[in-house]
Design a protein around this ligand. Sequence first.
Ligand SMILES: [Zn+2]
Length: 464
Amino acid sequence: MATIQFLGAAGTVTGSKHLLTAGDTRLLVDCGLFQGAKIWRERNWEPLPVPTEAIQSVVLTHAHLDHTGYLPRLARDGYRGAIYGSAGTVELCGILLPDSGRLQEEDAAFHQRHPGTSSHSPALPLYTEADARQALALMRAVERETPFAPAPGITARLHRAGHILGSCMVELLLGGGEARRLLFTGDIGRLHGSGLDGGPAAVADVDYLVMESTYGDREHPEVDIRPQLAATLGAALARGGVVVIPAFAVERTEKLLFLLKHLIEEGKIPRVPVHIDSPMAIEGMEVFLRHADEFDADTRTLLARYGSPHRWPELHFDRTTEESKALNAAPGPMIILTSSGMATGGRVLHHLAQRLPDARNLVVFVGYQSPGTLGQQLRDGHRPIWIHHAQVAVQAQIAAFEQFSDHADKTELLTWLRGFSRPPRATYLVHGDPDSAQALREELRAALGWRVEVAAWREEVSLD
Ligand SMILES: [Zn+2]
């Protein structure tokens, strides 16, 4: 009998990791890092319930660290099987995972220099950049819609998910006496207007569905973001302020950049220096340009009109730490795009520490802020704010635009599910905060009459 055990993204939006057991075969769908509040991050340190060598295969939905960021640890613990994902996913992991390893090493070094700041003594990195390179060596790019065999008796196919570049849903067909078709959605993109070409692929017929529920209790506002964004940025720049935009380095930064360029060229905001202060975003730009065919007509038009950002005069790429630190002394008006998107680490922290105390400045959040992250605290007005163990006064204006979401909202999820030809035997909701997952469960049961459950951490369900 086959089972799925939810090893992450249950009760939270991070740590996506689902273990399929079918006979002697064990396969992971996604292998993400827990992020955000300490109670979640500490789970990164708990061993998996099965020995690493018992896992034959990993299949990835997409490159975001909350779906891939535990891979280097798996490799460090001895995993030597294949890791499958789309070409875009593999390329983006090539940027994200080594950077994550470097951050882990830097954090551990910081805690070693400041004893008492970590619950671990001595503070050790969860994994290193070298571990990340080991994991990358195991990656295999597979084409969408082309069947492959990640483990004996299992046929897999990737379907477009419309969430970020390269993102896919993972379909697994289990052979044997009675075949079972499973679908793991990973993160599901907007049905329209995400910037990617086409929304999530239509799926008709599955026996078991494991679905995300990030926005299970919310709808995205259907308004053109540009006038409001231009007004907010324009006011801050007019008062000589520095605009800090924490953004996910892969894709979000690139899309925002084209939007800012558009606003500048249309005269909607002044032509000020724009800094990309994220080596990852600079590398991500190359992947973004290489995969331009994945984007929708609007985005391709912007790419064609404005060309490679490398040639934009107002754009500055800050590759080195010295260049990044030099920005601290630079006066406004200017715009700094930096990562991470939820301000959980990276260069954004020193920009926030530097810019938050000045009322002329503006911090703009453009994505989901997980509870417990610095981004969520800032956005929701929690004070005081602590950065690098120092209290920081918040005088700067804080703005948040949820319209940039790369996740389908409640109505979009429901619309996508209505395309199914029959109800799955069971639907398990993952990747949502508890209120959101529970609200979506009620909604789906009422609207569709399906059997829907909210997955619990480490719960194992049987596919009978
Ligand atoms: Zn994602």
